[in-house]
Design a protein around this ligand. Structure first.
Ligand code: SAH
Ligand code: AVI
Length: 330
C-alpha cells in the first residue's frame, strides 16, 4: 500500500514563529497587566490537551457545533456550491469531516485547505484525512490566521468556489479590535458570493461557562499551564509551572471568559533567550486567553460591518452555539 503525503505550505517558518514568540513574550510579560496570546498553547501537547477538552462533559461547544453540522451540512453544501474548503485554525479537522462528506455528496468538492499555527496538529490531521479521502487534494498551510489570510489559495478555476470555515468558537479568542480586523481580512480574501461558515459560542449562564473552563478533572488547567512549558522550552525560561494556579473568570461586562495563571507566591523567573527577569507578586495574574461569547444580533452586526452578509444562522436548542453562513458582499 502506498501512503499519500499531503502538500504543506509553510507561511509561518520556525524562524518567524520564534520571532513572534519573542516579541509577544517581551511585550506581554513586561506589561502592567501581564498577558500572552492564546496561540502559544498549541504545541503538540497543547493540541492534544485541547482534543481532551472537547470531550469533557463540562465543555459543550465542540459537541454542540458537531450536532449542528450533522443536521445542516447538506443545506450548507447546497447554499455554498463550494469546490474548495478552506479551514482556519483547523486543529484535528475532526468535525470538518461532516462538511467534507456533504460537499462531496453535493458533487463539487476537489480540495481541502486546512490552515493552522500548530504544525503537529496539521500533520496529524492531514495524515488521517489522506487515508480517508484518497481522491481529495489536501493542501495544508502552516500559518497564522491573523496575518496570513492574503496567502490563501485562490479559486481553482473553472467556476470553483471557496468556502472558508472558522469553527469551534475560535473567533472568541480574538480581542474585539483584532476580531474586526480579522473579519475585514476574511472579506478581502473572498470573492463576492463566496462564503464564510463561522462557529461562535453564545452567552449563556455564567456557571455553565465557568465550569466549561474549569473542569473537574483539571484538563483545562493543564492546557492553561502548558503555555508556561512552551516558554520554558522555546525561550529557556525557568517559570515554576507548579507555582501557578489555573483561574477562569466570567467578565459579565465584556461577555468573555478570561483564563489566567495566578502566581501562588512571589517569584522571579528568568527568560534566558530574552535576557529578561520577570517578577510576579503573590496573587498576580497572567492572562492567557479570552474566550468571548456572542449574542446573535451582535454577531450579525460584526459580520455586516466587515462586508459579510449573514444568510443563515443555526442555533442549538439550549442556545449555546451558533453556526452562521455569511456571503462576501460586492
Ligand atoms: N477548529 C478546531 C480546533 C479549535 S482549537 C475545532 O473546532 O475543534 C484552535 C485551533 O486554532 C488550534 O488548532 C490552534 O493551533 C489554532 N490557532 C490558534 N491561534 C491561531 C492563529 N493565530 N493562527 C492559526 N491557527 C491558530
Ligand atoms: C479554541 N477555543 C475556541 C477554545 C475556547 O473555548 O475558547 C480554547 C479553550 N480554552 C479553554 N478551553 C478551550
Amino acid at each position: 500500500m502506498t501512503t499519500r503525503t499531503a502538500r504543506i505550505d509553510v507561511h509561518l517558518t520556525p524562524a518567524d514563529a520564534r520571532a513572534a514568540l519573542r516579541a509577544d513574550v517581551l511585550l506581554g510579560l513586561t506589561a502592567h497587566l501581564k498577558h500572552l496570546p492564546p496561540k502559544y498553547f498549541y504545541d503538540a501537547r497543547g493540541s492534544a490537551l485541547f482534543e481532551q477538552i472537547t470531550a469533557l462533559p463540562e465543555y459543550s461547544p465542540t459537541r454542540t457545533e458537531a450536532a449542528l453540522l450533522a443536521e445542516h451540512v447538506d443545506e450548507i453544501a447546497g447554499l455554498t456550491g463550494a469546490g474548495t474548503l478552506i479551514e482556519l485554525g483547523s486543529g484535528s479537522s475532526a468535525k470538518t469531516r461532516l462538511l467534507l462528506d456533504a460537499l462531496g455528496r453535493a458533487g463539487r468538492l476537489t480540495r481541502y485547505v486546512p490552515l493552522d499555527v500548530s504544525t503537529a496538529a496539521l500533520r496529524e490531521a492531514l495524515d488521517a484525512l489522506a487515508a480517508r479521502y484518497p481522491a481529495l487534494a489536501l493542501h495544508g498551510v502552516v500559518g497564522d490566521f491573523t496575518t496570513h489570510l492574503d496567502r490563501l489559495p485562490r479559486d481553482g478555476g473553472a467556476g470553483d468556489r471557496r468556502l472558508l470555515a472558522f469553527l469551534g468558537g475560535t473567533i472568541g479568542n480574538l480581542e474585539p479590535g483584532q476580531r474586526a480586523a480579522f473579519l475585514a481580512r476574511v472579506r478581502t480574501a473572498l470573492q463576492p458570493g463566496e462564503h464564510l461558515l463561522l462557529g461562535a459560542a453564545l452567552v449563556t449562564e455564567p456557571e455553565v461557562l465557568v465550569a466549561a473552563y474549569d473542569d473537574a478533572t483539571g484538563v483545562t488547567a493543564e492546557f492553561n499551564r502548558n503555555v508556561l512549558h512552551v516558554l520554558n522550552r522555546e525561550l529557556h525560561a525557568d517559570l515554576d509551572v507548579a507555582a501557578f494556579a489555573h483561574v477562569a473568570v466570567w467578565d459579565a461586562e465584556r461577555e468573555w471568559i478570561e483564563m489566567r495563571l495566578r502566581a501562588l507566591r512571589p517569584m522571579a523567573a528568568t527568560v534566558r533567550d530574552l535576557g529578561l527577569v520577570v517578577e510576579f507578586a503573590a496573587g498576580e495574574d497572567l492572562r492567557t486567553e479570552i474566550s468571548a461569547k456572542f449574542r446573535l444580533d451582535g454577531l450579525a452586526a460584526e459580520l455586516t460591518a466587515a462586508g459579510l452578509r449573514p444568510e443563515r444562522t443555526w442555533v442549538d436548542p439550549l442556545h449555546r452555539f451558533a453556526l452562521t453562513l455569511a456571503a462576501a458582499r460586492r
